[in-house]
Design a protein around this ligand. Structure first.
Ligand SMILES: Cc1cc2nc3c(=O)[nH]c(=O)nc-3n(C[C@H](O)[C@H](O)[C@H](O)COP(=O)(O)OP(=O)(O)OC[C@H]3O[C@@H](n4cnc5c(N)ncnc54)[C@H](O)[C@@H]3O)c2cc1C
Length: 384
């Protein structure tokens, strides 16, 4: 990049799933787009999720019907647009005598989910008979009363992000990796045209890009990016979630488990011949910092796994089976005072006070990035 050699309509900060989807949407709508990614595409939060494209059955508990409906619509879009990368899989819910959510409640939830999905192909669910319980591997059958099976989708989050951005680049989006957004220059408060300062992370050279809109899709760095334009932070809570990857495949489908240690839910996810187990939720407060799985998180996941799959042996034996661990950080806008587990995962889009064409996104889900991208581009078009 040479100084002033690039003029675009929109600069997108962040090459995660949201930045990639927004670039694709904006480019498809005829806008000239440039994406700045300080590292490589899709290597942060969007590589460290549970890799589910799902309606979020558990959000029904907190009566977030609108969110579930939107997620199910988003799932349909992804399956139609990226059938190789987003595929439906069987999900199983085992219910025990001691489960906090009894079978009748799970059934009501699944009926609601089916109704909200409005999908004749994959909307339904069934109750397995006892002979079919082995579909979820060697699960503990003591006090097991029911196993439900329904459908939701799975993806490779990093690959999906890269594919979205590849599609945008194929349509004309300029992508600069290892390039950090570092502020605005010659920006006049209230004016729409701004110059973005982009710094090459290797050579440290500063380049300028002229544009009319900036979309801040920097995930957990969202407030740090805002500080570069002297905007106040938005109040958020950062929540770490970690997964273990084990060297064996425990179940053919995805098993949705109630944690026996608290009120949360966990997934056992078949993954490339192995198993992912997650996730945890640990509040990092209002300060994003480097993150890695803690011993407490590891023990939490293993103890739950051993409760449901005692044949896997002991904590020590599970520790030996771990091939990888990973952690990601969610951004939860502080829009209410509920506990982390039940708080809304709705996305917040905020215009900067000094630069209304600088839009920052807080929160969200991988599942809904295509829909969030539509909203962001609609916000841009509104200003035109
Ligand atoms: C543990 C966990 C499990 C999850 N599971 C699911 C799930 O199963 N299904 C689901 O739908 N959602 C899930 N989510 C949510 C989902 O992963 C996120 O909503 C999504 O990946 C966020 O994407 P993003 O693009 O906003 O952020 P990111 O992927 O973090 O991308 C932001 C990018 O911005 C870049 N960046 C930051 N600052 C700058 C700068 N100054 N200049 C240039 N680039 C910058 C970063 O390098 C990064 O690549 C999960 C989240 C977590 C944490």
């Amino acid at each position: 990049m040479q100084e002033n050699d690039l003029v675009v309509d929109v600069v997108i900060i962040g090459g995660g799933a949201l930045g990639a989807a927004t670039a694709l949407r904006a480019q498809t709508q005829g806008l000239r787009v440039c994406v700045l990614e300080q590292g490589q595409v899709g290597e942060q939060t969007s590589a460290n999720s549970s890799k589910l494209i799902h309606g979020g059955l558990r959000y029904l508990e907190s009566l977030q019907f609108g969110l579930v409906k939107e997620c199910l619509r988003a799932r349909k879009r992804f399956i139609a647009d990226y059938p190789q990368l987003v595929t439906m899989n069987k999900f199983y819910i085992p219910v025990y005598k001691y489960s906090k959510r009894p079978a009748w409640l799970v059934k009501i939830g699944l009926y609601l989910y089916q109704w909200l999905a409005n999908d004749s192909h994959y909307g339904g669910f069934k109750t397995l008979n006892e002979q079919q319980w082995s579909e979820i591997g060697a699960i503990n059958q003591q006090q097991l009363v029911s196993v439900f099976q329904y459908w939701d989708a799975q993806t490779d989050d990093k690959q999906l992000t890269q594919q979205l951005l590849n599609d945008a680049v194929a349509k004309g989006t300029k992508l600069f990796t290892q390039t950090r957004f570092d502020g605005l220059t010659e920006a006049v408060e209230g004016e729409s045209l701004v110059k973005v300062v982009a710094v090459d992370c290797q050579t440290k050279t500063r380049q300028h890009i002229r544009c009319s809109y900036v979309v801040n899709c920097s995930g957990p760095w969202v407030n740090q990016v805002l500080s570069k334009i002297n905007e106040p932070s938005v109040s958020v809570e950062f929540v770490q979630g970690s997964h273990l990857q084990l060297d064996c495949q425990i179940s053919d489908g995805i098993v949705y488990l109630e944690s026996v240690l608290d009120n949360r839910v966990l997934f056992i996810i078949p993954w490339k011949g192995q198993t992912l187990l997650g996730t945890t939720e640990i509040s990092l407060g209002d300060n994003y910092h480097n993150h890695a799985i803690t011993v407490a998180e590891q023990n939490y996941l293993i103890d739950n796994l051993l409760h449901y799959y005692p044949q896997l042996g002991s904590r020590q034996e599970i520790l030996k089976r771990i091939t990888r661990t990973y952690s990601g950080v969610r951004v939860l806008p502080k829009i209410d005072a509920q506990s982390v587990f039940s708080r809304s995962r709705d996305t917040l889009m905020v215009r900067a006070t000094a630069y209304p064409n600088f839009i920052s996104v807080f929160g969200g889900k991988l599942t809904t990035v295509l829909i969030e991208a539509e909203k962001l581009v609609a916000m841009i078009n509104q200003q035109n």
